[in-house]
Design a protein around this ligand. Structure first.
Ligand code: SAM
Length: 229
């Protein structure tokens, strides 16, 4: 079987049915094959001991605690986007180390709500991206809230075209950070004022106007990957 990481809450020795089906039906797992199991707390090398239709049991050979987290809470507040764009944001944010993703309903958001099915899909995207990037911690994906419900933050950066400051000039990488990114139509002037009141500093992401998804990626990359975390 080719190398694989499977999510198994509690490392109980039995994979959840969805994971088991993938290993058995797609990867053709056999007794004796080795793979990696992980949950939010641990990761382990495991060996397959039993396979059946939709069933895979394993035994843990060796536990590990890899260091793959940023080291501080990184909360992304992306404005709610329409279509499949949120899935793209969740995937990239998970790979880049976000610990929570809280969509905001902004004045110029085209989308104004998110159904339960879509939220569940975004949570599955986060699990898949965590697996792919070797993270143990799957970021929390929360239902959207109106922008005015945003709490005051200890350290916040607001992606704002034309802002004077650059991320590296204002970021303290050792403190928790909240990142806000506007919708397709940008934040309104009042929304920018409110975000500043709540502790967000406007920062520029360069001279070009980025799509909202690209701006989330760029901002997170500067805060985590750019700091080598
Ligand atoms: N006309 C809108 C405006 O001027 O705000 C453009 C919105 S842009 C498509 C979507 C979001 O991405 C913006 O609200 C902002 O948060 C972020 N963004 C895009 N380009 C940026 C840049 N060069 N610097 C900082 N933020 C940017």
């Amino acid at each position: 079987m080719r190398p694989h990481r499977a999510y198994s809450p509690g490392l109980t020795g039995t994979l959840p049915p969805r994971e088991a089906r993938h290993l058995v039906e797609v990867l053709r797992a056999r007794v004796g094959d080795r793979f990696t199991v992980f949950d939010e707390h641990r990761e382990a090398l495991a060996e397959v001991v039993e396979v059946g239709p939709g069933l895979l049991r394993y035994r843990v050979l060796e536990e590990r605690v890899p260091e793959r987290e940023v080291g501080v809470e990184v909360v992304l507040y992306p404005a709610l986007l329409k279509g499949d764009k949120m899935a793209e944001v969740v995937r990239m944010a998970t790979e880049l180390g976000a610990t929570r993703i809280q969509p905001l309903i902004a004045l110029h958001s085209v989308a104004k709500e998110m159904g339960e099915a879509k939220l569940e899909r975004l949570r599955r995207v986060a699990v898949e991206a965590a697996k792919q990037s070797g993270r143990l911690r799957v970021p929390e994906v929360l239902p959207p809230i109106p922008l005015r419900a945003l709490p005051r933050v200890e350290q916040g950066l607001l992606a704002h075209p034309g802002a004077g400051a650059r991320v590296r000039e204002v970021l303290d990488p050792d403190r928790p950070v909240a990142l806000a990114v506007g919708p397709e139509g940008g934040f309104s002037g009042e929304e920018v004022e409110l975000l500043v009141e709540r502790g967000f500093t406007p920062v520029s992401l360069g001279r070009r106007i980025l799509r909202s998804e690209t701006a989330s990626l760029a901002l997170l990359a500067l805060v985590t990957a750019g700091e080598g975390r």
